[in-house]
Design a protein around this ligand. Structure first.
Ligand code: PLP
Length: 444
């Protein structure tokens, strides 16, 4: 009997023993193509000698020094690099151990910023339905994903949620993408006014929605309008790029595509590329100086903040992304993946939408393409595809999500940036077989 507390208590997963490039290998020798990089983590693939060397070197030099007493060379160097590469004046970097820690820190920093300015009446954070910001209690409350929240309701902190910008499902036939984006963004202003125009701390969103919807980017103009609304009401804009950041969408930061700069930006996953657990919260000079000139202390912290070995891994990953021109490669291979998905599924009667940016691609499955009707949840389609793909030797990220109260099934692909063209064909081939085996009988 295993003493590990697994994710799913009724499933005994295979034992992963090795990683080579885009593949994971289990203890029986079976190879799996890592088509989602775990959950958009392994952007460099497995076994990268440069990152391994950087981790080993730092572990040998200095594994840990508590940030209550010290800073460290890799933490300083990583923060300098992130601040130099980040858009706008996001020039202070708070290094944490993962995505939920980054979003939690963001929510608390936003609250403390307003408190230090004497705006204690600001109590609400607005996020979006169909979003995921992490699993700790604050981050869970921010996320609008019903199935993750329901067992914990009522949540200790509650957030309000507006609709996501989800063109495939929510754009009306009689409106342009641009008009739809403005209508979707208007929900934020309406919600701020409903709650009280000076009572909102922050608005939080993923620039490209990952796990809950399968790589859904916003339409053009949406985030620009969101930025205007936030500025008008003194609401901080927190962008969660935990999944879609670090080059995944073909820009180093996903918000570069939308042309907006948030007040606080969260990254994780691809920053450590799986070699170390690391995340970061970046904030503007203005937010930082408010704390600096106020209490002088951000009332937050974790033991492993700025962990030297994790920071060394992050620095090596960022350097590799830059020096190997991987963001350019993501764009090229992303286009190739998109083309291959359209070739395989463009006419498929149960594929309603193929979307995404860079190497962050999603497919939405529907029982009827014309009406965009999702499959009945009793089919557990996403879970069945995940299982079938795994048996085929493909790790991908099928999920069910609620869309307007109805369940929809989608597949998220986020392969390593080093994927080759032949491997794109391998992924699409395995996925095609997995979907064919999993669709309810008579649905095609
Ligand atoms: N935010 C987003 C957008 C995510 O996709 C995730 C994880 O999937 C998180 C936050 C939480 O990150 P972690 O699992 O590292 O805590």
């Amino acid at each position: 009997m295993s003493h590990v507390f697994p994710r799913h208590t009724k499933v005994q997963p295979p034992v992963a023993v090795a990683g080579e490039g885009c593949y994971l290998i289990d203890s029986t020798g079976k190879r799996y193509f890592d088509g989602s990089g775990g959950a958009a983590v392994s952007c460099l693939g497995h076994g990268d000698p440069e990152i391994i060397a950087a981790v080993q070197e730092q572990a040998g030099k200095l594994a840990f020094a508590h940030t209550g007493f010290f800073t460290s060379e890799p933490a300083e160097a990583l923060a300098d690099k992130l601040a130099a590469l980040a858009p706008g004046n996001l020039d202070r970097v708070y290094l944490v151990s993962g995505g939920s820690e980054a979003t939690e820190a963001a929510i608390k920093l936003a609250r403390q910023y307003h408190v230090e300015r004497g705006e204690t009446q600001r109590r609400h954070v607005i996020a979006r339905k169909q979003s995921y910001h992490g699993n700790t209690l604050g981050a869970l409350a921010a996320g609008g994903n019903a199935w993750r929240r329901e067992q914990f309701a009522p949540l200790l902190v509650d957030f309000s949620h507006i609709s996501p910008c989800y063109e495939y499902v929510l754009r009306r036939d009689d409106e342009s993408a641009c008009d739809y984006g403005q209508r979707a963004a208007q929900e934020l202003e309406d919600e701020i006014l409903r709650l009280g125009e000076d009572s909102v701390i922050a608005f939080m969103a993923e620039p490209v929605v990952g796990a809950t919807s399968g790589a859904v980017p916003a339409v053009e103009g949406y985030f620009e309008r969101i930025r205007e609304i936030c500025d008008r009401y003194g609401v901080l804009l927190i962008l969660d790029e935990v999944m879609c950041g670090m080059g995944r969408t073909g820009h180093l930061f996903a918000c570069n595509h939308d042309g907006v700069v948030p007040d606080i930006l969260c990254i994780a996953k691809g920053l450590g590329a799986g070699y170390q657990p690391i995340g970061a919260m970046l904030c503007t000079a203005e937010i930082y100086s408010t704390i600096e000139n106020g209490s002088g202390f951000f009332q937050h912290g974790h033991t492993y903040l700025g962990h030297p070995v994790a920071a060394a891994a992050g620095l090596a990953v960022l350097t590799a992304i830059e020096e190997r021109n991987l963001v350019g490669r993501v764009r090229a291979k992303g286009d190739a993946l998109d083309a291959a998905l359209r070739e395989a599924f463009g006419q498929h009667p149960n594929v309603g939408d193929i979307r995404g940016r860079g190497l962050f691609r999603g497919i939405e499955l529907v029982s009827d393409r014309e009406t965009k009707t999702p499959f009945d949840p009793s089919h557990r389609l996403a879970a069945t595809i995940k299982k079938a793909a795994f048996a085929e030797g493909l790790v991908c990220y099928p999920m069910s999500g609620t869309r307007d109260g109805r369940v929809g099934d989608h597949i998220l692909l986020a392969p390593p940036f080093i994927i080759e063209d032949a491997q794109i064909d391998e992924v699409v081939g395995k996925l095609t077989r997995a979907i064919a085996q999993s669709l309810p009988k008579g649905s095609t």
